[in-house]
Ligand binder design. Sequence first.
Ligand SMILES: Cc1cc2nc3c(=O)[nH]c(=O)nc-3n(C[C@H](O)[C@H](O)[C@H](O)COP(=O)(O)OP(=O)(O)OC[C@H]3O[C@@H](n4cnc5c(N)ncnc54)[C@H](O)[C@@H]3O)c2cc1C
Length: 393
Amino acid sequence: MEFAYSKRHAELRQRATELVKQLSSYEDECEWNGSLSPESRQSVRAIALDSGLASMNAPVELGGAGLSWLEQVVVEEELGKLTNGLWAAVWRPTAALLLASTPEQRERYLVPEIRGARFGGRAVTEPTAGSDPRQIATTAVRTGGGYRISGEKWFVTLGDIADYFVLLAVVQPDNAPTMFLVDKNLPGVECVEVPRYTHQFAFAHPHFRFTDVEVGADAVLGTVGGGLQLSQATFFEERVLVAAHAVGAAERALTLASDWARQRVQGGDRIIRHQLIQAMLADSAIELALNRTFVHQVAWDIDRGHDLKTLNAKVAMAKVSATESAGRIADRAVQIFGGRGYIRDNPVERVYRDVRVDRIWMGTSEVQRLVIANEIDKRGISGLVHFAEQGGS
Ligand SMILES: Cc1cc2nc3c(=O)[nH]c(=O)nc-3n(C[C@H](O)[C@H](O)[C@H](O)COP(=O)(O)OP(=O)(O)OC[C@H]3O[C@@H](n4cnc5c(N)ncnc54)[C@H](O)[C@@H]3O)c2cc1C
């Protein structure tokens, strides 16, 4: 066993740190204006492209960075230190596309996306289908040459800059859940609302309505009826990144809070000498170190191709643990700053708001606990709490 960064990991981490430094200069603009100006968007896009870390999940032969899961986690942790959703400027193609696209779909959507010329918003959630995507009501009715899609999709992250959607609909008459690639400029696609959220995000999460949107048969991503599996595969990947991301956010909050505690004097001493503050810092350091280790271990397991069902539950464990811990660590950081922690200028206040959604999107904490408990029911705890043996399963 080795618990150290290789040269390659250290170099990637350094590059990610540099990238975070550049992108963080846009945090204030985003906080005060609720988003970025078109000029700033151009700039952050250029910064992300220059870093070579955009599309880090995509194969090198298609123009991506081709990083392993462990390498992606190393980078994503650093990106997690950014507030205001600026990490989202470092885009990656939708995993479902990577998995299931035809050569033509790859040329039309994926390759331009890797170069930063296109972007696909993931459109799964609906007013009546959130945690349970089997309730999807968006329909795709067969026409002569393809499908006619109607329905409503909520919370489409980066839907403001997306120029197409990876959309889950049920093909009629069999109600077969199926993923479609739907261009945003097609007649019948309309943005119906851009809600405001707890966080101030560099991009938006709008709601869209699709009314009799005509697409060709070649818009089906994967197979008719295979949409839920594709959607799950996408969630699996995104959960790993959310977990890594939460570790980075927690580290930023704890770093700021501990630096403050070491200098702030109250009650005749630096506040870090007060035991109640010490307990908060110690608890946070324990949680942060444990979550960092576990998230890396899960990524390492994925790279080695371990059993997918066990991995699915381990990824759920990582997401629940890292995101809930980030919430506690950010909360303690605000407390350690006192009134200064409640001012929006202070990044810990932003981290506090930003990490809240990590317990909701990509599968809520409750649903992740169900995944973990189902795995325990089916195969016991061993695969979840032990290391795998060398060589994979
Ligand atoms: C900022 C933001 C961005 C998002 N981006 C996207 C996106 O890009 N694309 C997309 O498709 N979606 C996106 N989502 C949607 C997100 O994935 C859903 O909000 C999430 O899956 C939960 O669904 P819901 O909101 O409908 O809550 P519900 O499913 O209605 O859940 C409500 C509550 O009930 C609990 N619950 C539900 N089922 C069970 C159960 N079986 N057992 C126990 N408890 C249960 C949940 O955990 C939750 O606490 C985004 C959401 C937000 C807030």
